[in-house]
Design a protein around this ligand. Structure first.
Ligand SMILES: Cc1cc2nc3c(=O)[nH]c(=O)nc-3n(C[C@H](O)[C@H](O)[C@H](O)COP(=O)(O)OP(=O)(O)OC[C@H]3O[C@@H](n4cnc5c(N)ncnc54)[C@H](O)[C@@H]3O)c2cc1C
Length: 404
């Protein structure tokens, strides 16, 4: 194999959303795919995520739309509370997100991963409980040593290993230059459903802090608790340091907040992180490229991370299938997809973070807007959600041909 030949063998790091979706498309186009995942199995459970716009079309082309529709959470309402726990407004979720009722979907992240995994598990090699230890690329190949000790050679390697991508670190160095800190810190965990909530979200806000309880099932099921604080100074990267910072910020808060903080202390599934985006001047270097959060995490404030991961995987696979070598393929992927990811990252610049105001004045303004949302008709979907038209799948009747 020389640098000008179409790659055949692909290693993907990460088996969450972008990884399995990319594996699906690459297998369909005749590539030999290996996926390495540091967890011991596909990660189940997890918070609800949204799928909107162009990503719905990717899901349809993958043949997973009916399964996702079955897994759709169908949240009935979102209730906003003021600092003392009084109701401000109750609204329909699609009204708030600018999504399309009856078409856009909300599923548990673990359900989506399981569905994507089920589509590829028999067709591609999965290496769970393992990770890339060293990566050495030459003009012709990428030599990989796995943590398990095995050495393998691939034509290209793709990092689909999330916001704090290990592959990005090996390729481009520390995260800091690519990380845009949005100033918020969050924690998610499950807790007992002491409020008897059912398929609904209740969100409490005070300036600079919010506590949300998300019931994705019935009143018999656990709640997903979500705490978000605006704290420009980060206490540290460890889960404990971040949880302490969050708990400190909520001290003295009313409503059920003390109970939720206690539940965070008791949780065995606490996940805490900074709220930020990944913005990179280029998504590839040589024979290695990035997809999903690893390349262009938009932050949960946009609700678009999963959709970008699915669309990015489709576009990258399409580029690799229809270009004669990895260089032109990676360039085409970036050229066709960057505007879409940028438009979605820019959603936080145009009001999405306004759900979490940091001052009393902004919180009051938000509440006025929320009250008016209950009386105005459904707004049109945000243009960013559909700001990319997918090229035809070259495996179906298409002018674009899969190159040999
Ligand atoms: C609290 C919260 C709420 C969110 N809400 C939404 C929402 O409403 N809508 C939405 O679209 N998105 C939401 N997101 C974002 C969404 O989860 C991500 O954007 C999406 O999962 C990105 O998928 P990904 O496959 O690129 O990366 P990830 O889902 O982060 O997956 C990365 C995978 O790589 C694996 N990995 C990591 N390091 C290594 C390594 N060294 N070797 C091998 N494997 C490794 C991980 O175990 C994981 O399986 C939310 C995120 C959070 C944290």
């Amino acid at each position: 194999m020389t640098a000008t030949h179409r790659p055949r063998t692909v290693l993907i790091s990460g088996a969450s959303i972008a990884g399995p979706a990319l594996a699906f498309w690459l297998h369909r186009y005749g590539f030999e795919v290996t996926v390495v995942e540091k967890a011991s199995a596909p990660r189940t459970g997890g918070y609800p995520i949204d799928l909107r716009g162009t990503a719905i079309e990717v899901a349809r082309r993958m043949g997973v739309l009916p399964l996702l529709q079955q897994a759709h959470i169908d949240t009935r309402r979102i209730t906003f509370l003021d600092p003392v726990g009084r109701e401000i407004a109750t609204i329909a979720p699609h009204t708030l997100a600018g999504s399309v009722e009856g078409r856009d979907l909300e599923v548990a992240r673990g359900d989506l991963t399981a569905i994507l995994y089920s589509k590829v598990r028999d067709d591609v090699e999965f290496r769970f409980d393992d990770t890339i230890e060293t990566l050495d690329q030459s003009a012709d190949q990428v030599d990989i040593t796995f943590r398990s000790g095995e050495q393998r050679t691939f034509d290209v390697v793709i990092g689909a290993d999330g916001m704090h991508s290990h592959t990005r670190g090996l390729l481009f160095g520390p995260e800091a230059p690519f990380h845009r800190d949005l100033g918020y810190r969050f924690a998610v965990f499950t807790m007992p459903n002491t409020l008897g909530l059912s398929r609904e979200l209740v969100m409490w806000n005070a300036p600079g802090k919010s506590a949300a309880l998300y019931a994705t099932g019935t009143s018999d099921d656990e709640l997903h608790a979500f705490l978000n604080v605006h704290q420009p100074q980060q206490a540290g990267r460890s889960q404990e340091a971040q949880a302490n910072q969050i708990a400190e910020t909520f001290k003295g808060s009313a409503w059920k907040v003390p109970e939720i903080i206690q539940a965070m202390r008791n949780a065995d599934d606490l996940f805490s992180d900074t709220v930020g985006q990944i913005r990179m001047p280029t998504w590839s270097s040589g024979r290695v490229a990035l997809v999903g959060d690893a390349a262009y995490a938009p932050s949960f404030l946009t609700g678009q991370g999963t959709s970008l991961a699915l669309v990015g995987a489709y576009m990258l696979a399409h580029a690799l299938a229809t270009h004669p070598d990895h260089q032109t393929a990676f360039a085409a992927y970036e050229q066709s997809t960057r505007d879409f990811t940028s438009a979605n990252q820019a959603l936080v610049d145009h009001g999405t973070a306004a759900l979490f105001p940091t001052t009393a004045h902004d919180l009051e303004q938000r509440n006025v807007r929320l009250r008016s949302l209950t009386t105005i008709p459904t707004p049109t979907p945000r243009p960013a959600y559909t700001a990319l038209t997918l090229p035809e799948d070259p495996a179906v009747n298409s002018s674009a041909k899969i190159l040999e």
